[in-house]
Write a protein that binds this ligand. Structure first.
Ligand code: FES
Ligand SMILES: [Fe+2]
Length: 407
């Protein structure tokens, strides 16, 4: 970044400028060394200094509406499988999915409903609150203290229906403090009125940060997405209109060119529908467009380290990037839309689902090549332009955390 002094406007074209809605941290301006996406030792430091120190989003409350509902998640970055469960008291809790007797997994399904967890190995029984309630032949464990042998908990809290966990059962920072003003900018969005319309997942042989890069800059959209998003190829669509930094988190608003010629499929999909991915529309703007941009399209909201919650009018989608190793990442995408009220809305929803599928397929097509280039040692650094400033912010924040500092 060429040391912008906020507020600053960055002209792309006579019709468009990028502005900064918050002060820009001093992140340096040089190339980004490849080491942080190739080094196993650096990844081990990220595991300890980032992923075990941050709140991580693992699900939504609609997945476990009733007492006893649970889901499990394989979190390689913790070397653990976790179970998230709603208790009889309505509280959502998270535990390592490991029996405290000799380590057998307690929940072996991806999701379900149960009155408690009974271990398949020797039959120890745990309540939905994690307490150890039953030990067969307990007299064979002289002096056993059941109160010390409850399930190992993670901290668990929610924001707007999103469930987050923290490695430390008693983290120094609350979820609300961690999410800070970025979450407050998004409050008011009708998350609770949206329905889940699609889930996509992929495992990518690429570093988690490299995988994220492809989704937090719009520079690539005009070229890479010229097939999936009609009109993207005219070099103006999807350029960022404003960028904000909130401690470790960041947000980018994208600009929508309004004179795009719709394709025949778009014209049909959006003729009678209210909402769509590539449609600017009138409507509720609560939680959206925090910098008040003109010709606003949608907000890319990135909660450090690995959770995206992108918001548009009537829809949102999330990404989670779960590292397995320094060059292996599991990517999840979930798409949500306001409940369809008409057949036209339903058609527009389906079209959106397909457009997003094709768009992310294009995104995924690049990152393994980049990883190979850096692993080879031939390309030793990333050169970052001003429209990719969110990418620079990510590497800077990650490096600060790895070194024990917390912007
Ligand atoms: S490992 Fe669970 S009861 Fe023994
Ligand atoms: Fe993209």
């Amino acid at each position: 970044m060429n040391a912008p002094q906020p507020p600053v406007s960055y002209p792309f074209s006579p019709s468009h400028a990028m502005k900064f809605g918050t002060p820009v941290p001093d992140m340096g301006s040089g190339p980004i060394p490849a080491e942080s996406v190739t080094s196993a030792a650096y990844f081990e430091r990220e595991r300890e200094q980032i992923f075990k120190q941050a709140w991580l989003q693992v699900g939504r409350v609609e997945e476990i509406p009733n007492a006893g509902d649970y889901f499990t998640r394989e979190l390689h970055v913790f070397k653990s499988n976790i179970v998230v469960v709603r208790g009889k008291d309505g509280a959502v809790r998270a535990f390592h999915n490991m029996c405290t007797h000799r380590g057998m997994a307690l929940a072996t399904e991806a999701c379900g409903n149960t009155r408690g967890f009974t271990c398949e190995f020797h039959g120890w029984g745990f309540g939905l609150d994690g307490s150890l309630q039953a030990v067969p032949a307990i007299e064979s464990f002289p002096g056993i203290d059941r109160s010390r042998l409850g399930l190992k908990a993670l901290a668990c809290d929610t924001w707007n229906g999103f469930i987050f966990v923290h490695w430390n059962p008693q983290p120094a920072q609350s979820l609300a403090d961690f999410m800070g003003p970025l979450a407050r900018d998004m409050d008011g969005f009708p998350f609770d009125q949206c329905q889940h319309i699609a889930h996509y997942t992929a495992r990518v042989k690429a570093n988690w940060k490299l995988s994220i890069d492809a989704f937090q800059e719009a520079y690539h959209a005009t070229y890479l997405h010229r097939h999936a998003i009609p009109g993207a190829g005219d070099l103006e669509l999807a350029l960022p209109s404003s960028v904000r930094f909130y401690g470790p988190h960041r947000s980018v608003s994208c600009w929508l060119k309004t004179d795009i010629q719709p394709t025949p499929a778009e014209a049909i999909a959006y003729k009678h529908g209210s909402f769509g991915f590539v449609k600017a529309d009138e409507g509720d703007t609560r939680g959206l467009n925090p910098s008040g941009d003109e010709s606003w399209w949608f907000d890319i909201n990135v909660f450090f380290p690995n959770f995206f919650c992108d918001l548009g009018r009537g829809w949102y989608f999330t990404y989670n990037f779960w590292p397995v190793s320094e060059n292996d990442t599991i990517w999840n995408m979930n798409i949500y839309q306001v409940q369809a009220a008409t057949a036209g809305d339903r058609l527009a929803q389906e079209f959106t689902r397909v457009v997003l599928r094709d768009t992310v397929f294009e995104d995924m097509s690049t990152m393994e090549f980049s990883q190979k280039a850096f692993d080879s040692g031939v390309i030793t650094e990333q050169t970052i332009g001003d429209t990719e400033i969110a990418v620079r912010h990510q590497y800077w924040v990650a490096d600060e955390w790895v070194n024990g500092r917390r912007p």
